[in-house]
Design a protein around this ligand. Structure first.
Ligand SMILES: [Zn+2]
Length: 532
């Protein structure tokens, strides 16, 4: 029997492309785009919008999927055709018999369609599993002679074939694989497991991918239920947790390695970078000794710091800039943003911001804009890493602060609402000194009023909204607020959840990767580590 080139993931995922969110291209051109370089062929807003629309049409064209920077129809792939032809022949023979038995020979009146489609799917999957199992077990080419090199440098000896049960998305596969044992280090290995990507797991790559998908979106308990209900795979919640977190850890490591620019042609004239933080509930043992906002000074949460990059070349009905659909990418983690003045190294979060800026070619845009809520660590990082960027305090955050401050001056009254509304109007009109003046008489009695006054005063150059609007800049897209909610809140802040540091960071990495449209790229690198 000839040796079969076998790639589950490609067979399974043929006519599909998950997300057009980010137009990602080749990642071979690894290099940093740091520094205020300007792209030679920068696009105008109109050009950018037109070319982006064309690219989206290309992505939504079914049957193709992005492979690096080109599009390949998998049905043209000879390996793919060979495997599917084999499976198809067996299916045609056996399924026809089974379906006849299910459907009976009579009329279709009174037939329970759901029962039939469910039973048929189960049988088709079981049959495909059998076909693949037989085919793999008949191929003994993984026995590559009496000895192979062991990782310890000595020779490992062939020690027969051994069984392993692998949970695939088709059901269980019982695989026989050649085993090599090393007498020097007492270790052993299975060449086929390495080739199939099942070396340290009993789940096939496509099963791991499903676990990662549900683990990034819903609780591990719900994920386990969804896998059972939709895919017929029984994996308990704690196993979903372990495997989703292990995958997230791989993604986090991959994110640190791959900082090369994505999307070769489509650089919008203005790019926005947003920085924000949001607290998530942690397990008690993760918080020991940490100061927090509880009345006894203890902490219940830790802050996830998030960096988002997007463009806003689209215009709404009034001609105001609007975030471009699908242009947002996220990177986030619970990590430090503080760097002592004497430190030689940047903080972990500063490094994260640099990596994301490099991937999105942020510093090559004609205009760089940093939008944030005004926390000091944000502007320290901005000043350090992106000194040429226009700094804007998110208008939404300022208005929120004004609305929060009003009741602490006037109580929860109608007067408080009117006061806040008047200050927000002044903010939009650029009358910042009027706001500071309105806060001054209350500063002595209200700590909130004093804080708010200082906040407006210190950030006044970042709140010149009428000027920013004249320049066509977006000052409150809601991207930051939505980003914290979508990327972090909806998954990590649900009631009853308490995270470990590592667990949270894994799921955050997994979620950011998927929401940024990079899961497919990661998966290709994972399946083909040599090409990556
Ligand atoms: Zn060895």
């Amino acid at each position: 029997m000839e040796r079969m080139v076998f790639d589950w993931e490609r067979i399974r995922s043929a006519p599909r492309f998950d997300s057009p969110a980010v137009l990602s291209g080749s990642d071979s051109a690894v290099g940093n785009a740091h520094g205020p370089r300007r792209a030679s062929g920068a696009l105008s807003s109109a050009d950018y919008r037109r070319r982006r629309a064309e690219a989206v049409v290309l992505f939504s064209n079914g049957g193709t999927r992005a492979t690096g920077s080109c599009f390949v129809k998998l049905s043209d792939d000879p390996d793919f055709t060979q495997v599917t032809a084999c499976v198809r022949r067996e299916l045609a023979r056996d399924v026809a018999v089974d379906l006849d038995a299910l459907l009976g020979c009579g009329a279709s009146d009174g037939m329970d369609f759901e029962a039939i489609e469910t039973a048929a799917r189960r049988q088709v999957l079981a049959l495909a599993a059998r076909a693949i199992e037989q085919r793999l077990n008949a191929d003994t080419s993984d026995h590559a002679g009496p000895s192979l090199d062991c990782e310890c440098g000595q020779a490992a000896r062939y020690a027969g074939r051994r069984k392993k049960v692998v949970q695939s998305i088709l059901g269980e596969l019982k695989l026989d694989r050649a085993y090599y044992h090393c007498p020097h280090c007492s270790g052993g290995f299975y060449p086929r497991d390495r080739h199939l990507g099942i070396e340290k797991t009993c789940f096939s790559p496509a099963t791991v991918r499903m676990i990662g998908t549900v683990g990034s979106m819903v609780s591990f308990q719900e994920g386990s239920q969804l896998l059972r209900e939709l895919a017929g795979i029984g994996i308990d919640a704690s196993q979903v947790e372990r495997d989703a977190e292990a995958l997230g850890e791989e993604i986090a490591a991959d994110e640190r390695l791959h900082t090369g620019p994505l999307g070769e042609d489509l650089l919008p004239p203005t790019l926005y970078l947003g920085l924000d933080g949001t607290g998530i509930p942690m397990r008690a043992e993760e918080l020991a000794g940490r100061a927090g906002k509880q009345t006894d000074g203890s902490a219940k949460t830790r802050e996830v710091k998030i960096c988002a990059i997007w463009s806003a070349e689209a215009r709404d009905s009034e001609g105001l800039p609007m975030r471009d659909e699908g242009s947002v990418s996220y990177s986030a983690a619970i990590e430090s943003a503080a760097t002592p003045d004497t430190a030689e190294y940047r903080s972990a979060f500063a490094e994260r911001v640099l990596r994301e800026a490099s991937r999105r070619r942020f510093c090559e845009a004609q205009r760089m804009v940093v939008v944030a809520d005004g926390a000091p660590w944000v502007w320290n990082i901005t000043q350090d890493l992106l000194p040429g960027a226009i700094q804007i305090v998110d208008r939404f955050h300022v208005k929120q602060t004004l609305h929060r401050t009003a009741p602490s001056i006037f109580g929860s009254t109608e007067q408080a609402k009117q006061w806040a509304t008047a200050r927000c109007a002044e903010l939009d009109a650029g009358k910042l000194s009027a706001i500071v003046r309105a806060l001054r008489p209350h500063a002595a009695d209200s700590a909130d009023a004093a804080r708010c006054r200082l906040y407006i005063y210190r950030n006044r150059h970042r709140m010149r909204y009428p000027q920013f609007h004249k320049q066509g800049l977006c000052t409150s897209s809601g991207v930051l607020e939505a980003g914290c909610k979508v990327a972090i809140g909806t998954r990590l802040k649900r009631s009853g959840m308490h995270w470990t540091l590592d667990g949270a960071n894994s799921i955050i990495a997994l979620r950011c990767c998927r929401l940024s449209g990079r899961f497919e790229d990661f998966w290709e690198r994972r399946n083909d580590p040599i090409a990556a």
